[in-house]
Design a protein around this ligand. Sequence first.
Ligand SMILES: *[C@@H]1O[C@H](CO)[C@@H](O)[C@H](O)[C@H]1NC(C)=O
Ligand SMILES: *[C@@H]1O[C@H](CO)[C@@H](O)[C@H](O)[C@H]1NC(C)=O
Ligand SMILES: *[C@@H]1O[C@H](CO)[C@@H](O)[C@H](O)[C@H]1NC(C)=O
Length: 254
Amino acid sequence: MKSGDGVLLWCALAVAIWAAKGQGSLVPPRREVYDNGRIFDISHRYQPDMPEWESNDGIGQFLWLPKSMKNGSIANNSEMKLPTHTGTHVDAPGHVFDHYFDAGFDVDSLDLHILNGPALLVDVPTESNITAQAMESLNIPRGVIRVLFRTLNTHRRLMFQKEWDTSYVGFTVDGAKWLVENTDIKLVGIDYLSVAAFDYLIPSHLVFLKDREIILVEGLKLDDVPAGLYSVHCLPLRLAGAEGSPMRCILTKN
Ligand SMILES: *[C@@H]1O[C@H](CO)[C@@H](O)[C@H](O)[C@H]1NC(C)=O
Ligand SMILES: *[C@@H]1O[C@H](CO)[C@@H](O)[C@H](O)[C@H]1NC(C)=O
Ligand SMILES: *[C@@H]1O[C@H](CO)[C@@H](O)[C@H](O)[C@H]1NC(C)=O
């Protein structure tokens, strides 16, 4: 290479960096991981093609801009309409127990202590749903209160497909019972829209929510996070009267 080529290369590089910077200044950062893994965002982004219960078309348009600067308003003001069990979300006891619903056990009544604290991210064997046998094989020690279950759903990237898929992995009734009877787990997190396998949809929810001690966190984004011990931070909206709420969840590592 001649020395002139080197200069040319430098110039091209400088121009490229300058151009990238100029564009970069108006490109919002979107991150999954912060500070080399000190924070993992384990919430899914709300967008029209995210999956929705019993829908082949995803959640569709859920966001509008009734007041926009282009149309003369002093600011942009969006409105949204969203089922409360969309994307990364929490279930309150009123979800499957009508008398709890009537008594007001809504998302505003959920214990923030359970939703925030040390949490274990575990990999569930991929050959079955979360049965008693699968639970037993995980050997989750007593005293562990919060567990995020990463399953085949993550490997199949089901939360990134707009078509709802009933073949997702979740808890069977005996799996749910095993958890309630043999562990101290009070926060159950999973990587698709329901902790309960479709064939056990209501019965498994009933087992978990019966005593109002367990909080169900659904639709988590657990890909590319190493298994292990973290602090989980999940904050539902204070939707009075709602049995579900979209939620931001993150994992932090100290
Ligand atoms: C404001 O609304 C306009 C549409 O009128 C949109 O193009 C623009 O991106 C919005 N600005 C912000 C800050 O959201
Ligand atoms: C502005 O108003 C017009 C007429 O009501 C509407 O068709 C258009 O979609 C609006 N644009 C935005 C960005 O809100
Ligand atoms: C889990 O159960 C669902 C039905 O609820 C089924 O379609 C799926 O194949 C099962 N997955 C595995 C890995 O056994």
